[in-house]
Ligand binder design. Structure first.
Ligand SMILES: [Zn+2]
Length: 215
């Protein structure tokens, strides 16, 4: 790569985004390159994640979680950010390593949150082994023609679990599961209303029979 370069000492160094004609970085160009790339993740991912209608900080969190790059204990220790002597165990159950999939999907408290949400939508679903596989389920509607809602519910839920985990670790606070699930439902109702997905329906319908919005 370097052999092809001709250095000119009279020109000051500068940072150039090499794929753009004007050398300037833009998010849209980065997304375009990611969508062409088959190296690390499915090229479908940038499209579905970045095209979603959730706040950008949650979108980024979802993306990083799929890439196994959020600061759970297992990752912090593997990257030597925490010493190898530090506990890898999940802060809640103290029984299994705190990995992305354990924390967000499979730890009993987390899986019960998902099961509450499944019951709310009147569906039976088995939580897959990975967040990536589960995210595909959200983006294809959980078998109930509800992708536009589950694309919001899924990210809202992993974000809520992550916030609850941090509040427990850093502030010693524990949020009750029913309150957390209610917060998720309210938050998604507000997003869905802003996106005009709810056809002006009262939040009562959303609470009781959200699947009615899918037909
Ligand atoms: Zn655990």
């Amino acid at each position: 790569m370097l052999a092809a370069l001709h250095l000119n000492e009279s020109v000051p160094d500068q940072v150039v985004w090499s794929t753009a004609a004007d050398g300037l970085y833009t998010v849209s160009d980065a997304i375009r390159i990611l969508m062409q790339s088959n190296n690390t993740v499915s090229p479908t991912w940038p499209k579905v994640i970045w095209g979603n209608n959730v706040p950008s900080k949650i979108m980024i969190f979802h993306w990083l979680a799929i890439l196994n790059s959020i600061p759970v204990r297992e990752i912090l220790i593997n990257r030597h950010i925490l010493p190898s002597t530090h506990s890898r165990l999940c802060v809640w159950c103290l029984n299994e390593p705190e990995t992305v999939n354990h924390l967000l999907l499979h730890y009993k408290w987390s899986s019960n949150i998902w099961n509450d949400l499944f019951r709310w939508w009147n569906i039976r679903w088995v939580i897959p082994g990975s967040l990536e596989a589960f995210s595909f389920d959200w983006f294809f509607g959980m078998g109930i023609n509800a992708s536009k809602f589950w694309k919001l519910i899924g990210p809202a839920t992993i974000w809520a679990i992550w916030m609850a985990r941090n509040d427990y670790i850093f502030n010693g606070k524990f949020i009750c599961r029913s309150v957390l699930v209610q917060n998720i439902r309210l938050k998604v109702f507000l997003w869905a209303t802003n996106l005009k997905f709810c056809h002006g329906l009262h939040s009562y319908v959303w609470e009781q029979n959200p699947f009615l919005l899918c037909y």
